[in-house]
Every structure is written in C-alpha cells, then in structure tokens.
Design a protein around this ligand. Structure first.
Ligand code: PLP
Length: 448
C-alpha cells in the first residue's frame, strides 16, 4: 500500500525493490522503502534523488558517517597493496596494528589483552563463548531475556529477544540459561518500578534461584551481557546490576563477556559502554561501528584468558586488511573527536525528546533512555504503558516520507543511533523530521 501511495520511493527505487522482492531471501522482509544511492556524513540520498537525515547509521555501523574521506583514503591505499592473504595463516602489519590498538583500549584494569578478528558481530559472540568454554572447561552460559547476540546457531541460542528469530530453529546449543535483565520500567519479575529501582532482584535471582535449582555455578563458563540492550529495546541497566554480575563472576570463577557489538567503539561517549558502570569484563565483543561499515568483528580478551592452543579457532576472512585499515582510521577519528561528539549530541537529543514528552501523548508515559548516541524512546499509548507497536512502526514509515531514516528496537521503541560525527544542524533537522513523523502517527492513532 505504502509503495503505491508514497512519494518515496520514486520510480527508480520502486523498480529496484520489485526486483529485490523476487530474488532476495524472504527472511529479511519487510524492510523500509529506502533505496540508497550515496551518502555523505550523516546524510544519505536515494536513487530518485531524495535526501534523508540518517538516524540509523545502518544499525549503528556508520560511526564516522558515510564515506568519511580519511576512511575512504585508508581503504583505497590498502586496496592498492593487497586485498586478502588469510590472517590466520600469514602475517600482516595492519592487522597487528589494529590488535595492538584494541588491546590498548580494552577496559581490563591494566591487564594485557589479546584479540581475535572475525567478520561480524555474531562471529565475535560465537568465538567469545567458545573461548570462555575452552578456558574454564565449563559447559554452561547465562544470557538475558531481551538479549540479541546474532543469527548463527550459537549466537541465536543466546538470544532472548523475539520469538520470530528462534521459532523453527530448535534444537539450540544446549547449556544456555536465560535470566531477567534489569529494566525497572518493565520489571520482568513483575515488581513496581520504584521497588525495582530501589533494589533490583535480577542478580539475586541468579544466585538464589538459578544456582540453587537449575545449574551449579561451577559449571557456568560465562555470563554474556549487553551493557545496553540493543535490539531488545535500548534498555540501559542500573550500574548496581552490572556490578553485581561482576561480583558473581568473581565469586564463582565465571567469565564476564560484554557484548559491545552495538554499544562499543565510542557510541556511548566512552570506548565501551560497560565503562559507564565501573565494571571491567573479561572478554569484549565488538563489530558494527569499528570499521565504519567495512565488515569486521573481533573479540578482545584478557591475555591470561585467551590461552587456547593452536588450531582451536580460526577463520578465512577475519581481520581482512581493508577492514583493518578502515578500523584504524575509524578509531583515530573517534578518539580525536567523535566520541566526545557522541556524548554532546546524545545529551542534546535526550533533552529534546524529554521536552517532546510534554506535548506528545505516546512519549508522555514512555521511556527515554540512553548513553551518548545510543538512545531509545519507548512509545506507549497510556499511563498503563500499553506498548504502541503500530504507532512506532508508523513513525518509521512516516520518517521515510519526511526524509528521516530511523529504526525500531524491541516491540515499541525507536532507536536514535546516528553516525557519531553528526553535526548539530543535522541533529536538529532530524529531530524536526522525527517530530513531524511522530505527530502524523499519533494523529492516525487518534491520540491527537
Ligand atoms: N550482538 C549485538 C549486541 C548486536 O546488536 C548484534 C547485531 O545487531 C549482534 C551481536 C550480531 O551482529 P551481526 O549482525 O554483525 O552478526
């Protein structure tokens, strides 16, 4: 319907979408009707020449914006030297330099680090869990309800976010125990928000229930945590919850894996989101924003943890030299300027959203939460927090018509995850387009 009525996409975009519908896997539909032609910074254009502000960054990937000249230069220079040589069989400097750089910024409290490079977030998660099992010689893993760690079988087994991702794919990798994640706005233990805020039960639940009834702690290799739940709805946990997980890990010899595939590499205003909570993990998973859009994933572990023997883990494409070159340029830019920009622009966006709460019914009782440029706005229909799922989807689609790329997360949350370089002027235009889209969707829903 939208395709027929909308001004966007235009005829060129519509033709590509029609061809795509015919040949691409049906698992990835439905998508938003934006057909990319080119991008520059925080703005993109479709094939019909329409311009958009990008509040999505290709799911929090284009950290330095689209086609940053320094990233493009690094890619071009590396491409003129060599494209691939298999970093698990041979050596090359750009991979070592990137590993050194990541080891230097790993939040391991002064412990040295080692790095394994893959191609994606899911692959980083798979490797991190394999390493935790190998290192501890234990079989079980604790993951969280609401979590998203990827689509490969191991990562999928850890997901606790949406049933559509898991339905039809059982049996999963055994030994995964899902437990509630701290979210006072919608406490999974059914507690009142104030009670949950005062004393979260999630950590105690692991000790009092899980460890006593279902799984002995000395059989648990790792707790895998998103320090901000991403796909599950951009939920920022209480620092005490994260700290309690660290204490449990220390007490029972469990490794803490921080899945920073979405939250890492400066997006929250610090290199790693877990640093906001004063907690140091044992393994970090990274991907998405690390190479500005070139495919690259990695997991970084404390040196004494990454002690597996030769042959235990490897990959053909991981640590691709062009991706490594892009990542080095990306890290320079983020360190130099964009991490701070993420903090500053993120605060501005959160303030603007809070101001909108005063006159937008779906935001009024909603949840606005975030760190840096990882911000979620959970839309609800009323004071009972009835999820505004359709309304949220309508905002995304109106966004396309109004020149804004914005993505959902969870069931009824919108995520604001623009490139970390986004300038104030583009933030403002994007917010105007967002508010216009929100107004249209609220109007359709009869809220205005
Ligand atoms: N972990 C987290 C926290 C993610 O947000 C994602 C992707 O959204 C993944 C893992 C999987 O990453 P990829 O899609 O690159 O496999």
């Amino acid at each position: 319907m939208l395709l027929e009525q909308a001004l966007r996409p235009g005829p060129l975009g519509q033709a590509i979408i029609a061809r795509d519908d015919d040949v691409m896997s049906t698992s990835i539909l439905p998508r938003y009707p934006f057909v990319m032609e080119r991008g520059e910074g925080a703005r993109v254009w479709d094939v019909d020449g329409h311009e958009y502000i990008d509040f999505a960054a290709g799911i929090a990937v284009n950290s330095t914006g689209h086609c940053h000249p320094r990233v493009v230069q690094a890619i071009t220079e590396q491409a003129q030297k060599f494209l691939h040589i298999a970093g698990t069989d041979y050596y090359y400097d750009v991979q070592v330099r990137l590993a050194e750089r990541l080891a230097a910024i790993a939040p391991f409290g002064g412990d040295e680090a080692r790095v394994f490079f893959g191609n994606s977030g899911a692959e980083a998660v798979e490797g991190a869990v394999k390493l935790a099992k190998w290192h501890t010689k234990r079989q079980n893993v604790i993951a969280f309800l609401g979590a998203f760690h990827g689509r490969t079988m191991g990562a999928l087994s850890l997901n606790g976010s949406k049933i559509a991702q898991k339905d039809g794919f059982a049996p999963f990798v055994p030994g995964v125990y899902h437990v509630p994640y701290n979210n006072p706005y919608r406490c999974m233990h059914g507690r009142e928000q104030a009670t949950c805020e005062a004393a979260c039960y999630c950590g105690d639940y692991i000790e009092d229930v899980l460890f006593k009834r279902l799984v002995p702690p000395d059989s648990v290799a790792a707790i895998i945590l998103e320090p901000i739940q991403g796909e599950g709805g951009y939920v920022v946990p209480d620092a005490r919850f994260v700290q309690q997980l660290r204490r449990l890990c220390d007490e029972y010899g469990i490794l803490l894996i921080s899945d920073e595939v979405q939250s890492g590499v400066g997006r929250t205003g610090k290199w790693w989101a877990i640093e906001h909570f004063g907690v140091e993990p044992d393994i970090i998973c990274t991907a998405k924003g690390i190479a500005s859009g070139m495919p690259l994933g990695a997991f970084i572990a404390r040196k004494h943890v990454m002690n597996w023997t030769p042959g235990t883990h490897g990959t053909t494409f991981g640590g691709n030299p062009i991706s490594c070159a892009a990542a080095l340029a990306t890290l320079d830019l983020i360190e130099g300027e964009y991490m701070e920009n993420a903090r500053v622009q993120g605060e501005y966006i959160q303030d603007a959203l809070e101001e909108m709460q005063t006159h937008h019914p779906s935001l009024k009782h909603g949840r606005i939460q975030g760190l840096g440029l990882m911000i979620g706005a959970e839309l609800v229909l009323d004071a009972d927090k009835t999820p505004a799922h359709e309304l949220r989807n309508a905002v995304e689609n109106y966004g396309i018509q109004n020149g804004l790329l914005i993505l959902g997360a969870g069931f009824n949350t919108l995520r604001f995850c623009p490139p970390l370089m986004i300038e104030r002027a583009n933030v403002q235009v994007g917010l105007e387009r967002f508010e216009k889209s929100l107004t249209q969707a609220e109007h359709d829903a009869g809220l205005l």
